[in-house]
Write a protein of this length. Structure first.
Length: 106
């Protein structure tokens, strides 16, 4: 194997690693947001777990569509919680997920 091939393999491995980290961070943040939403919706423990699974599954199925976020917004607006408050919570949980995931690999 040439040096060029080795370098190419290293770049590919690094890219795959970074993509995996992005996925883990996003799903952790979505899960935290769903837990936060379930608490505000006064869901029971079992209902909260199901809600979180559904939200995370919707995001995994189509992360670019925003379906999971929109569902949370719609659910919480019925409780008087604004979209802006949900967006702020999402940002907090994203920062928390970044620290958690990146901290666990250091």
């Amino acid at each position: 194997m040439t040096t060029f091939d080795e370098r190419e393999n290293a770049f590919e491995a690094e890219f795959a690693h970074q993509e995996e980290l992005r996925f883990k961070i996003r799903e952790r943040a979505v899960g935290l947001l769903a837990i936060w939403a379930a608490e505000r919706l006064n869901k029971s423990a079992a209902a909260s777990e199901a809600y979180v699974r559904d939200i995370v599954a919707a995001d995994v199925d189509d992360p670019s569509s925003g379906v999971a976020f929109e569902r949370i917004v719609t659910d919480l607006q019925a409780r008087g919680i604004s979209e802006q408050e949900v967006r702020e919570a999402r940002q907090r949980f994203l920062a928390q997920a970044v620290q958690s995931i990146r901290g666990s690999i250091s």
